[in-house]
Write a protein that binds this ligand. Structure first.
Ligand SMILES: [Cu+2]
Length: 639
């Protein structure tokens, strides 16, 4: 490890620290009256523009943006505050906007509802008298589903869950049919939807929904310890938030909404740091539940735009979440009052063995084997019942892999005997888990060898049988440059094994080609949503595997800046309607990938992590295998 940098050495891309967040809240309290009765949805660094960074970190001003609202009248505002002096340079009213839902509202809603006689009576009527066992989980609405009488309110709807024991799994027992509808600004119950009908007279089923070792009723299996040691220490350095490993170099950012952000990713090649990406992050996640029943028809989560991955990032534990020699970075977010909240060990950095990098056995020279290792930067998010584990992996051969694992507890509900809905899988006694989809939109501001790039769709095509191709074997690739944003709307094509090539337009590799990277999709599936459905109207972004736009720092949120109670998608479909040129320019790729979750009994009561990923692979970026120089392992090492 290199020496720690002092506070004066802060880089312009470093996230806001606790002092800065406090400074912003104090400033807005003093100058704009943001105090009791207001909430903050977000406070984040305004990242310096690309051009400003290009001239070096010195002299780049620091500023933050905050979105807050007055719960008394529901009016929201966006403020710009300069740091460190605390001047409000912009104060913009946002009429009709409902900012993201806050963790504080989630907790306060639970507590408020358990004080409502109507809720208590509904629980009593079901034989539930110990309110300590009850969990109320509020969800956000899409505008089209908000009842007319509640238009204009900051509204939520909730599931009610009950634990069997104080440590039991609350998400094992939904109170099917019971859904409070709430005004989050007045923090008041508007109505209680209560229908005993789905359960019928049979009552709640007896499920096996526990996962804690003491509660499953099964012995723990016997396994011997598996430990990872690096006696010589790690081979990466962390200088402030600048991470260097092998040939890779990148900077680690973090914010309330995207969670981990990777900045200025480059590969050192022959003494030259060659840019690969200016910025990579997850910009939205859309999870529609594909079930029309009263328990689920409102359940379309925008986990990034409505809630924020950063806010829901959890602390990691050495030996459990990450194995080996680990370095952690803390993250600082804030609560709805504007007070800083530190998440300890939020980002994990470590190396992993990754099997064989390359190998050949020759009769004369024998076996040549190189073991691969990879650098992993990860963070974990808990969104109420569900977990998302995000891993960015950097490889010695220039590959970058982005993997997401989904685990945690599926949403389930009960049904009356003989009434199982067709829109989910049976996972326990009279209990089903609705089918749903997890769409993630990765925002990839790639700069392959610099900003001007052109993206090509690359399709493999077999040639017809002709005299020149008598056996029908010939296969060619077709590269189609994407010239405008309408070309940039791309779908995965199984028949042509489509991938996308992002090529430099200004540099040439050693064998005469354009240095490029390839986006290799691994988790693509169609939305399977009717155009008219409210969920699709709010998320046109999920309608394609890839969108390409010209770089614009203001274009960050593919389903719009404020998806909470949104009716339409103000992001990608609106921006790309202009059909701007995207050829030989600074492009941003928006890759939609995820999990088409057809639920199954093995996902219950806690889901073994499912995984999805995409890759960025060099394609003529290097002139030959860039990992020829990896040394052989010593015999016996690691055994
Ligand atoms: Cu799922």
């Amino acid at each position: 490890m290199t020496a720690t940098r002092g506070p004066g050495d802060r880089h312009p891309l470093d996230p806001l620290d606790a002092n800065e967040i406090s400074r912003i809240a104090t400033t807005l309290r003093d100058l704009k009256g943001v105090h009791h009765g207001w909430r903050y949805g977000s406070i984040e660094l305004i990242e310096p523009a690309k051009a400003a960074l290009a001239t070096g970190p010195d002299g780049v001003g620091r500023a933050a943006q905050a979105v807050c609202w007055n719960t008394a009248d529901g009016q929201a505002y966006r403020a710009t505050v300069t740091l460190p002096e605390g001047r409000v340079t912009d104060w913009q009213h946002l009429p009709g906007v409902q900012p993201n839902v806050t963790v504080d509202e989630w907790h306060e809603c639970h507590q408020m509802l358990l004080r409502q006689p109507e809720v208590v009576a509904a629980l009593h009527s079901r034989g539930i008298t110990d309110l300590d066992l009850v969990l109320i989980d509020v969800w956000a609405y899409g505008a089209a589903l908000v009842p007319e009488r509640y238009h204009g309110l900051r509204i939520g709807w909730a599931d009610v869950w009950v634990r069997e024991t104080p440590d039991g799994n609350p998400y094992a027992h939904q109170i099917t049919g019971l859904h409070p509808v709430v005004d989050l600004n007045r923090m008041a119950l508007l109505e209680l939807e209560d229908s005993l009908e789905p359960e019928g007279d049979a009552g709640r089923p007896r499920v096996r929904g526990e996962y804690l070792p003491g509660l499953t009723g099964m012995p723990v299996r016997d396994v011997s310890p598996l430990e990872v040691h690096q006696p010589g220490g790690v081979s990466f350095t962390l200088d402030g938030r600048l991470l260097r490993w092998q040939s890779w170099e990148l900077r680690l950012g973090f914010n309330h909404r995207e969670g981990l952000v990777l900045h200025t990713v480059g590969f050192r090649d022959g003494g030259r740091l060659r840019p690969v990406a200016h910025r990579m992050s997850f910009a939205e996640m859309v999870v529609p539940y594909r079930d029309a029943t009263p328990d689920h028809y409102r359940r379309t989560a925008f986990d990034i735009g409505e809630w924020g991955l950063g806010f829901m990032t959890t602390s990691l534990e050495r030996g459990c979440d990450c194995l080996g020699e680990i370095r952690y970075l803390d993250a600082v977010v804030h609560d709805s009052r504007g007070d800083p909240v530190t998440i300890r060990n939020a980002i994990c950095i470590h190396e992993e063995d990754d099997g064989i990098l390359w190998k050949h056995v020759d009769d004369r020279s024998g076996a040549q084997v190189r073991r691969a290792r990879r650098l992993v930067v990860s963070f974990h998010v808990t969104v109420a019942n569900y977990e998302y584990l995000v891993y960015w992996r950097f490889y010695q051969d220039g590959n970058v892999e982005c993997e997401v694992r989904a685990t945690g507890i599926m949403v389930t509900s009960f049904f009356a005997p003989g009434r199982q809905p067709a829109t989910g899988a049976l996972v326990d006694e009279r209990t089903y888990a609705p089918y749903h989809q997890h769409f993630i939109v990765a925002r990839l501001d790639l700069d392959i060898d610099g900003a001007p790039n052109t993206v090509y769709a690359v399709d493999s095509r077999p040639l017809p049988v002709t005299d020149a191709n008598p056996h029908g074997l010939a296969l060619v690739t077709e590269e189609t440059p994407l010239r405008t944003e309408s070309d940039g709307r791309q779908d995965y094509d199984w028949l042509t094994q489509r991938g996308w090539k992002i090529a430099s337009t200004r540099t040439v590799n050693g064998i005469g080609g354009r240095p490029a990277y390839k986006l290799v999709p691994g988790g693509s599936f169609p939305p399977m949503l009717d155009e008219s459905s409210p969920a699709f109207q709010r998320a046109h972004a999920i309608g394609h595997t890839l969108w390409v736009t010209p770089y614009s720092p203001a274009e960050r949120w593919p389903c719009g800046e404020f998806p909470n109670q949104s009716a339409t998608d103000h992001g990608l479909p609106a921006w790309t309607a202009r059909d701007r040129p995207i050829e030989d320019t600074d492009v941003v790729l928006w890759h939609v990938f995820g999990l088409h979750h057809i639920t199954r009994p093995e996902d219950w009561p806690v889901m073994p992590a499912d995984r999805t990923s995409f890759w960025l692979k060099p394609w003529g970026f290097f002139d030959r295998n860039p990992a020829l120089d990896v040394p052989p392992s010593e015999h016996g090492q690691g055994q």
